[in-house]
Design a protein around this ligand. Sequence first.
Ligand SMILES: NC(=O)c1ccc[n+]([C@@H]2O[C@H](COP(=O)([O-])OP(=O)(O)OC[C@H]3O[C@@H](n4cnc5c(N)ncnc54)[C@H](O)[C@@H]3O)[C@@H](O)[C@H]2O)c1
Ligand SMILES: [Zn+2]
Ligand SMILES: [Zn+2]
Length: 381
Amino acid sequence: MKAVVYKEPFKVDVEEVEDARIQDPTDVVIRVTSTAICGSDLHMYEGRTVAEPGIIFGHENMGIIEEIGDGVASLNVGDRINLPFNVACGFCENCEAGYTGFCLTVNPNGAGGAYGYVGMGPYTGGQAEYLRVPFADFNALRLPGEEGDEFEDDFACLSDIFPTGYHGAAMADVGVGDTVAVYGAGPVGIMAAYSSFLRGAERVFMVDRVPNRLELAESIGCVPVNFDEVDPIEYIQEQTDGHGSDKGIDAVGYQATVSGGEEEQPAIVLNQLVETVRPTGRLGVVGLYLPEDPGAPTEEAAAGRLLFEIGRFFEKGLAMGTGQCNVKRYNRALRDMIVAGRANPSFVVSQDLPLEEAPDAYHRFDQREEGYSKVVLKPGS
Ligand SMILES: NC(=O)c1ccc[n+]([C@@H]2O[C@H](COP(=O)([O-])OP(=O)(O)OC[C@H]3O[C@@H](n4cnc5c(N)ncnc54)[C@H](O)[C@@H]3O)[C@@H](O)[C@H]2O)c1
Ligand SMILES: [Zn+2]
Ligand SMILES: [Zn+2]
């Protein structure tokens, strides 16, 4: 089968690889119909991780069941399913508690597994024609309708960005009437803003510097804040009568850049959020921070240690939630919102492309090229 394979920093190829196959009785194999490129893939693509050449990318997967293991009880060949980016077992203590992003059995390197991601277990990615799905009864989310129907790209958002954005809003406890500051207008931040509105937010400020991303945020009702033009802390304070926003979401992570330049300052967004949010507010941090970052600007940051303003954080009585999204906690409800016509996350998808165009798509997405907000690859198209 064909798959998107990481070759070296800033280079992926579409290559012939070994076919995905049933390895355990609880597996299914799907024919992949949609598989998205994620901002998280770029950390590996840019050589910022210890990802080895040869890894097949792709953790935002959906498709049609092609083959079924003998131990699978609830699924049939031909079923249309979406997969959380988390690979989870369903029977460990964390899975039972709903923390499927921190499954204790699927990853020999630590808690939590994922498809096609360095350090997240032995699962190959779905940017390929076929994908092996472990613990399929637990991980599969059944979808109504047919391959390629009007919901295909909405459902494609259920593997990661929609639940992850929602997770940011949930960890920040966004509720009715809240004002929310979201940093980062990538697909995750856009989904965090969208989810904040779904949860009843009154006003959402969106901080970024990429004009077309800010325009997309504005199109769903956000107040755009360009951090190359204004100081986001001052601006949001002014707009909230000096109080600050009620809640804040970090959808940037450690690759945050400073205003007016390209220099990275890994803790800048966290510290800006501490100042942006009013005392006793809450922060939802879904932007990625790594325990090791070989490409970081300082030795401390390379060891995952950032200068976080814990004094101000404490003084203001703030609270913060962090970490991988437990996709299964939200994906069923968000699917049902899509089917009911109450949510249409696919407005964030900018391109549907055949698998063969992945190398070019990675390059353009990595350059934050105008109009490349979210690429969904369609193997077999
Ligand atoms: N927690 C999870 O489960 C989970 C899941 C998916 C993605 N992520 C992470 O979420 C983050 C966002 O993902 P994405 O796909 O939207 O990425 P992205 O790279 O497309 O978006 C990041 C955005 O942040 C902006 N930005 C950079 N510096 C900034 C600053 N100082 N202030 C405000 N904005 C700034 C960039 O211009 C860019 O638009 C990444 O770190 C990704 O790894 C986490
Ligand atoms: Zn992702
Ligand atoms: Zn588990």
